[in-house]
Design a protein around this ligand. Structure first.
Ligand code: GMT
Length: 381
């Protein structure tokens, strides 16, 4: 099939997921066309079946806000027409679902053809930004106009029905991980640099926005490091980073915390991780936690949103209420001081991650595509 994928190209989970999906579909023999304003960060391989179409947004002195959505819709029309795409799969509703609707109408008007649109809801497009009344009517309309709607967790599906007047069925297709990529042996030299005296390694990765409650990560770590030798790697970047660097100084843990910025090869870091911390106020799914589990790390997190759908309490990690730094620290201290229990929990985390392996999830998307496939391009389905 010829599939157009529209996503954010940045380090956010929705862009990562969409890119990994596109790469897997290309490996299956589909022709995949990424339509974004930048090369997606995980689109770092050459594959003859993958095409990348950049959306450029010309500026003009009149525009305080260059109209990205119009440029995106026009690029969609161009790519659908010139590459004869079968369908568009858009990730993160804002503004991708409404731009896709506009592109669909333009093509219908020009040629009479009805291009199917699949919208995958990822999280803050529903729970935070999308609910804002500035966007809500357009988000509701464009989701309802999609030909198929998927959500990355049961929790996100429920949140969508709760917050928007959605008249259609939403199918849950969970996020996935390529376990073979993350199940790596720790690279000893790297481990020695981070933890020269065999300290335990804790990791957090996010875009450092308020919703992640990154201060709780630092607070948990500060407690842990009072009891056991440990190091914390902070992966990613975002608005809270400077405040967090200050917090490490206030809590006197600066020597043990490294802010390593955005990292493409996150699997190298996760390979040395003992415990992954995710203290968010909300996660529709928590893809970063799943990747950590596939790398044989336990996860200590909040029980927010869809996290209980991937973490098994006291088996693959531990969850506490939002802001309960005390419980998360106590659990971390207990498990990190018991080698045997830690090894067992790491193994359980890995085993559980296999349920979400890419091989199990891609066919679920292909099932949806199949419904919309045109005869001439159906050879791979
Ligand atoms: O908020 C982020 O971390 C980025 C955001 C995105 O859309 O890029 O992530 C959301 O989608 C991910 C992939 O489906 C999920 O794993 C994250 O849990 C979700 N984030 C939130 O719900 C806050």
């Amino acid at each position: 099939m010829r599939i157009g994928i529209v996503c954010y190209p940045t380090f956010g989970g929705s862009g990562v997921l969409a890119t990994e999906l596109g790469k897997a579909l290309a490996d299956e023999g589909h022709q995949v066309h990424f339509i974004t304003y930048q090369q997606p960060v995980r689109l770092n391989v050459y594959n003859a079946n993958i095409f990348y179409h950049e959306v450029s947004v010309p500026t003009y002195p009149l525009f305080d806000y260059p109209p990205y959505e119009i440029a995106l819709a026009s690029t969609m029309v161009d790519v659908i027409t010139n590459y004869d795409l079968d369908l568009l799969h858009v990730h993160y509703a804002i503004p991708h679902a409404s731009a896709a609707y506009m592109a669909k109408q333009i093509i219908k008007n020009k040629t009479g053809r009805n291009v199917p649109i699949i919208t995958t809801l990822h999280g803050t497009d529903i729970t935070l930004v999308g609910r804002d009344k500035t966007y809500e009517p357009v988000v509701t309309f464009s989701i309802n106009e999609s030909d198929a709607i998927t959500a990355v967790s049961q929790n996100l599906k429920e949140e969508t029905y709760k917050n928007f007047a959605i008249k259609k069925d939403i199918e849950v297709i969970t996020n996935f991980v390529d376990v073979s990529r993350f199940n790596k042996k720790p690279f000893d030299a790297f481990k020695k640099v981070i933890a020269p005296n065999g300290e335990k390694i804790l990791v957090h990765a996010s875009n450092f926005r308020k919703i992640k409650r990154v201060d709780d990560v630092i607070k948990v770590f500060a407690e842990v490091s009072k009891h056991i030798p440990a190091k914390l790697l902070m992966v990613g970047d975002g608005p809270e980073r400077h405040a967090m660097e200050e917090l490490t100084r206030d809590l006197q843990v600066t020597d043990h915390v490294r802010f390593v910025g955005k990292q493409e090869q996150i699997e190298e870091i996760l390979a040395v991780c003992d415990a992954f911390l995710l203290t968010s106020e909300y996660e529709s799914f928590g893809l970063a936690a799943l990747e950590a589990m596939a790398a044989k790390s336990i996860v200590i997190a909040t029980n927010a949103g869809g996290l209980p759908e991937i973490i098994l309490q006291n088996k693959t990690g531990f969850m506490a209420n939002i802001g309960d730094v005390k419980s998360m620290s106590e659990f971390a201290i207990k498990i990190l001081s018991n080698e045997e229990a830690l090894a067992e929990m790491k193994e359980a985390a890995y085993t559980h991650s296999l349920h979400f392996d890419i091989k199990n999830i891609i066919p679920q998307y292909e099932e949806i595509y199949k419904k919309f496939c045109r005869q001439e391009h159906c050879t791979y389905l």
